[in-house]
Design a protein around this ligand. Structure first.
Ligand code: FES
Ligand code: FE2
Length: 378
């Protein structure tokens, strides 16, 4: 984040601290409970939110060197992505054009070509088949032989995938701010996949308010943060929440030219519709969440990935990042998500027609308003 934006946010935090306030919406938000369990609702989401829209895969460090490749099947379908020697990442459906076998089983490095384990068709990193036996396969049109491409965009250190030919994701004014983090320099440390019995949106909901910190996270992270204070800004469908750490008070009375918001807060970007990018002091987390591929709206698959500023090449460094991962899993997977699953079970009770988002929860209100708008607009 640019320094002038950091200073402006810190000034807003100090003003809220003095007035004992937080960023607010003018009205509460009511979210129909069907949004979390209705088959028809989820079918509409699949059409409007997960169809042509780009999906964030992660940071550029996932594929750092030429020949690095990965297989991504979160949320259904299987995609193969590879960093080419010329620099750009190429993406394909991970489906062999001969008889449809998955071409690659898992990620790796140093690829110059991919060979299908079923009958040995090989493809170069542009997806073109190599050395087909001419007698066995009389000329086929290129589009019948080459791997089916998917669209890949890499900018500001972020890698997005989308349908071939679809437009790149619009960041609505976050471009410079994300550039300032130099996300392209980060190294992928670890990813963990979670399957939960709750709607995919609950993964996002978990992070868009901090009012639950002093209750649900009383024994884990609550003591680190100022309670009930969040800074909200919208960027088109995306938004940013900043939750200040208690240490931010040490900046009072000091020279704003030296203020550093990144050391004194957690900064959460909702990259609409299903991704979170979280700045955590010295590292970055990416959360991706998808509806259950089988189609049950009350289940989701999610993945959290940790990216770190330098390669973890010592036991001490690995111990540090492992401890960070444990803290993250403890707070989210052991505290937030069990409650979210319990909420999911209660939604069908008939106790209420909607969930209530308070005026002090602008991130939640924004997220669900934008979801519903995207579902009717297109
Ligand atoms: S399915 Fe891949 S070579 Fe036959
Ligand atoms: Fe939480």
């Amino acid at each position: 984040m640019q320094h002038d934006r950091q200073v402006a946010i810190i000034e807003r935090i100090f003003a809220h601290l003095d007035a004992k306030t937080t960023d607010m919406c003018p009205a509460i938000g009511l979210n129909p409970v069907e949004a979390y369990f209705s088959d028809a609702w989820q079918a509409s989401e699949r059409r409007h939110l997960f169809g042509d829209r780009g999906q964030l895969l992660g940071l550029s460090g996932l594929l750092r060197h030429a020949g690095d490749y990965l297989v991504d099947d979160l949320g259904g379908g299987s995609r193969l992505l590879v960093r080419t020697p010329a620099g750009p990442i190429h993406g394909f459906h991970n489906v062999c054009r001969h008889r449809g076998a998955p071409l690659v089983q898992a990620g790796g490095e140093g690829a110059r070509a991919f060979t299908c384990r079923y009958h040995g068709w090989s493809y170069d990193l542009d997806g073109m088949p190599m050395k087909l036996h001419a007698a066995h396969y009389p000329p086929l049109a290129a589009h019948e032989r080459q791997l089916a491409a998917i669209g890949v965009d890499e900018a500001h250190g972020l890698v997005w995938v989308h349908r071939a030919g679809a437009a790149a994701t619009d960041l609505h004014g976050l471009e410079e701010e994300l550039d300032a983090y130099r996300l392209q320099d980060f190294f992928h440390y670890q990813s963990r996949r979670l399957q939960r019995r709750m709607n995919w949106k609950m993964v996002i909901d978990t992070f868009l308010e901090s009012a639950h910190f002093p209750f649900l996270h009383r024994d884990s992270i609550a003591s680190l943060f100022i309670h009930s204070l969040g800074i909200f800004d919208a960027f088109g469908d995306h938004c940013r929440m900043v939750y200040p750490r208690k240490t931010i008070d040490t900046l009072r009375g000091t020279d704003p030219r030296h203020w550093d918001l990144l050391r004194h807060s957690i900064i959460i970007y909702l990259l609409f519709p299903n991704t979170l990018l979280i700045w955590q002091l010295d590292h970055v987390e990416i959360w991706r969440t998808f509806p259950d591929p089988v189609g049950d709206p009350a289940q989701c698959v999610a993945e959290v990935s940790m990216y770190i500023p330098q390669q973890a090449d010592s036991d001490k460094a690995r111990a540090h990042w492992d401890a960070n991962m444990r803290m993250l899993i403890r707070a989210v997977d052991e505290e937030d998500f069990p409650v979210a699953e319990a909420v999911q079970r209660g939604l069908r009770s008939g106790a209420q027609p909607h969930l209530t988002f308070g005026c002090h929860e602008p991130g939640l209100i924004h997220f669900h308003q934008r979801l519903q708008r995207a579902m009717v607009e297109r």
